[in-house]
Ligand binder design. Structure first.
Ligand SMILES: Nc1nc2c(c(=O)[nH]1)N[C@H]1C(S)=C(S)[C@@H](COP(=O)(O)O)O[C@H]1N2
Ligand SMILES: [Mo]
Length: 324
């Protein structure tokens, strides 16, 4: 997902400086300072620095239900600062460090999610309806971006399966499609042809019903900030991060595999399955290792991002090079 990102670093090129300066933008200062545009840019940014100008609300009653039987991740959690200031959300910006600021006024209330297609009980849910489905749980998951960086994020959410139970998928339903909001008034990226909007993702129904697959409503105990996909985003921890569609407004149960944003953009580079797999390289880079935000050096990427025991059976007998 790099060809169209002129203002971003190449894959995996996270420097130690990035890791510690995720908030600020000194980076550009040195390039821009000599020009008039640069002076104006510096003035704007240092006169009103792009800080977190929003906070999430505390989420009450987290973890009243036990999550799935997962061994705890031994790795340190990525800092709140990094999780909220190093983002991919192309509707707002292709610059990871600019998303938080560009999305700071994003309107997330009221919000509804329209769930339909091959279901017996199609329904539009608002945020209160979702809250009533189940008390949110904390799920600390690794997140591995296809670009070669990773984080450990303490999500708060509930299993997608709970939502699917409510609408009662028909026997013919085999896939689930997710659509993000695409509002050109609020989202500058949507006014460009960077991707086919709205951002679309999809899962096989059995993947969607897997207990590890959640709809996240928060992280670090607070409601999601816009940059992380408020108020509701998909999290599928054994797949590359791009499967986790943000700010979801529409879910459809389908018989056939739905078109998805990155797969449509370049099917040779971004498969529909997108399971994290150190053995299957991206055409332009190896997927063997990753840069964990906040760490020096690279670490080995794990099969299914470390969730092989939980999800390996979903792909028994499949050629993972073909269905990548
Ligand atoms: N709607 C939408 N969802 C999206 C994206 C996006 O650009 N638009 N980027 C994806 C990618 S590539 C990644 S790695 C994750 C990043 O999530 P985070 O910013 O919360 O870490 O969101 C995914 N979901
Ligand atoms: Mo990503």
């Amino acid at each position: 997902m790099l060809i169209k990102k002129p203002d971003d670093t190449r894959s995996g090129e996270i420097t130690p400086r990035d890791l510690y300066l995720s908030r600020r933008t000194f980076l550009r200062g040195s390039v821009l300072v000599a020009s008039a545009a640069g002076t104006a840019w510096l003035y704007r940014h240092f006169a009103s620095p792009p800080q977190v100008s929003r906070k999430g609300d505390a989420i009450a009653g987290i973890g009243t239900r036990p999550g799935p039987d997962l061994p705890p991740i031994p790795d340190a959690r990525t800092s709140f600062e990094s999780i909220t200031h190093y983002n991919n959300f192309y509707e707002f910006s292709t610059d990871k460090r600019a998303v938080a600021h560009k999305a700071k006024d994003f309107v997330i209330r009221p919000w509804t999610v329209d769930v339909g297609g091959l279901v017996h009980r199609p329904r539009v849910f608002d945020l209160d309806d979702l809250r009533r489905l189940q008390a949110p749980e904390e799920r600390v998951y690794r997140m591995r971006c296809v670009e070669g960086w990773s984080m450990v994020i303490p999500w708060v959410g509930f299993p997608l399966g709970r939502l699917l139970d409510q609408v009662q998928p028909m026997a013919s339903a085999r896939y689930v499609a997710f659509e993000s909001l695409a509002d050109p008034r609020q989202m500058p990226g949507v006014r460009t042809d960077l991707l086919h909007w709205p951002y679309a993702e999809g899962l096989r129904l059995d993947e969607a019903r897997h207990p590890l697959t959640i709809l996240a409503v928060g992280l670090y105990g607070q409601t999601l900030l816009p940059q992380n996909g408020a108020p509701l985003r998909l999290v599928v921890p054994w797949k590359y991060g791009f499967k986790g569609a943000k700010s979801i407004v529409r879910i459809r149960l389908l018989e056939d595999q739905p078109p998805t944003a990155w797969n449509r953009d370049d099917p040779r580079e971004y498969g529909f399955y997108a399971n994290v797999n150190p053995e299957v390289d991206h055409p332009r880079w190896s997927q063997r290792t990753e840069q964990r935000l906040g760490e020096y050096g690279r670490r080995d990427t794990l099969m299914f991002n470390g969730y092989q025991d939980q999800v390996g059976a979903l792909y028994a007998g499949m050629d993972l090079r073909k269905f990548f």
